[in-house]
Design a binder for this molecule. Structure first.
Ligand code: ADP
Length: 377
């Protein structure tokens, strides 16, 4: 029983990986896109699952498939760790749809399709929110009326938990310490982006909130802003709350400031002197620096600042910009180490710095597979 199939569904896509956990190798990696978009192609996630099964033919061996691991975006305050899926768990994920109206329904339809395809294989849900369930009340509480908090579930949940968990553990390994011995700030900078304060292996604060909109500036999301802006825009333009929400999620962030959601385009434009792209980069790095300062205060003492995901792993300029001016706090980068290209987990701080600055490639699929396998034994 050495194979694990990891499934990750968006509203119109399915990403999958088939892993051989005996040697932790990838037997297959792929994705099905544009589900439900054009008539005829792939009408829904059940049909998408059939495409996945066809693509896996010859590589997936049902007799050694130990588990199917599902990434589920929102686990609310119900799910604190990987969970064996049954009808009751599906019903709970369904009840959480109001908190994640785009993601949880897609996750659920894929779970249904996978349960139908593999009726005898245990299916495990791994939640993006679970790692952050250790946030203490002062960190996860919004100062809003009790009815909102108690009846409507308004609180900070945090996301990217699987990545923050994996990366913080790998970072501790790189430091040669046990996770319970170290404090760190993890910066997951991908299309979505979030910072996480990790104390002794546990998440104690994170920048995404009730939804993935809060916190750092992202590819197309604004991150932090004054919540009164939504009402202001509604008054001035007649836009509905739904429309403003869409703009803040899909047409803001680097896209709005610099003209692209891809950091590579922003860097090229900024190098060519484009003022919008330059401001976008400066604002992006400034926001990260502000969170480093905040989480330094939260943690009191840190052993490492860790960069991960598409931007964090590949963009030395963003890494340098994010920690610029923090030398007096013991946080510094060696230009030579920072510029070196590598796919390995590595140090980019100079030998004299009190705090390690690390780049640790994330791997959410292997983390999901590990958690699923650990649960099913
Ligand atoms: P997701 O959040 O969708 O998993 P990733 O973590 O893969 O995304 O991050 C994707 C983003 O990483 C891209 O949109 C791009 O901005 C950025 N990126 C990828 N490669 C590079 C690179 N070489 N330099 C700068 N940014 C990069």
């Amino acid at each position: 029983m050495n194979q694990v199939l990891v499934l990750n569904s968006g509203s119109s896509s399915i990403k999958y990986q088939l892993l051989d956990m005996a040697d932790r190798s990838r037997l297959a990696v792929g994705h099905v896109e544009r589900i439900g978009e054009s008539a005829g192609a792939v009408p829904d996630h059940a049909a998408g699952m059939q495409v996945v099964l066809r693509e896996l033919e010859g590589r997936l061996d049902r007799s050694v498939l130990a588990a199917v691991g599902h990434r589920v975006v929102h686990g609310g305050d119900r799910f604190h760790g990987p969970t064996l899926i049954d009808d009751e768990v599906c019903a709970a994920i369904k009840e959480l749809i109001p908190l994640a109206p785009l993601h949880n329904p897609a996750n659920l339809t894929l779970i249904d399709a996978a349960r139908a395809a593999f009726p005898d294989v245990p299916q495990v849900a791994v939640f993006d929110t679970a790692f952050h369930q250790t946030l203490p009340p002062p960190a996860h509480t919004y100062a809003v009326p009790a009815a909102w908090r108690e009846e409507l579930g308004v609180r900070r949940y945090g996301f990217h938990g699987t990545s923050h968990q994996y990366v913080s553990r790998r970072a501790a390994e790189l430091l040669g310490r046990r996770p319970e011995e170290v404090n760190m700030i993890v910066l997951h900078l991908g299309n979505g982006a979030s910072a996480c304060a990790v104390r002794q292996g546990k998440s104690v604060d994170t920048s995404m909130g009730m939804t993935p909109l809060e916190g750092l500036i992202m590819g197309t999301r604004s991150g932090d802003l004054d919540p009164a802006i939504t009402a202001y825009i509604a008054r001035r333009t007649g836009q509905s709350a739904e429309q403003t929400d869409e703009v803040l999620n899909k047409a803001s962030g680097m896209q709005a400031l610099g003209g692209s959601n891809d950091m590579r385009d922003i860097a090229t434009a900024a190098a060519g002197g484009d003022p919008g792209a330059t401001l976008a980069l400066d604002a992006y790095c400034y926001r990260i620096r502000k969170y480093i300062g905040a989480y330094l205060a939260v943690l009191g003492r840190i052993d490492a600042v860790v960069f991960t995901a598409g931007v964090g792993e590949n963009d030395p300029d963003v890494r340098a910009g994010a920690v610029a001016g923090l030398e007096h706090l013991g946080i510094a980068i060696s230009p030579k180490r920072n510029a070196a290209r590598s796919r390995e987990a590595r140090y980019i701080s100079p030998f004299w710095a009190a705090t390690a600055v690390l780049v640790v490639p994330t791997d959410e699929e292997i983390e999901i597979a590990d958690q699923a396998l650990a649960l099913v034994g």
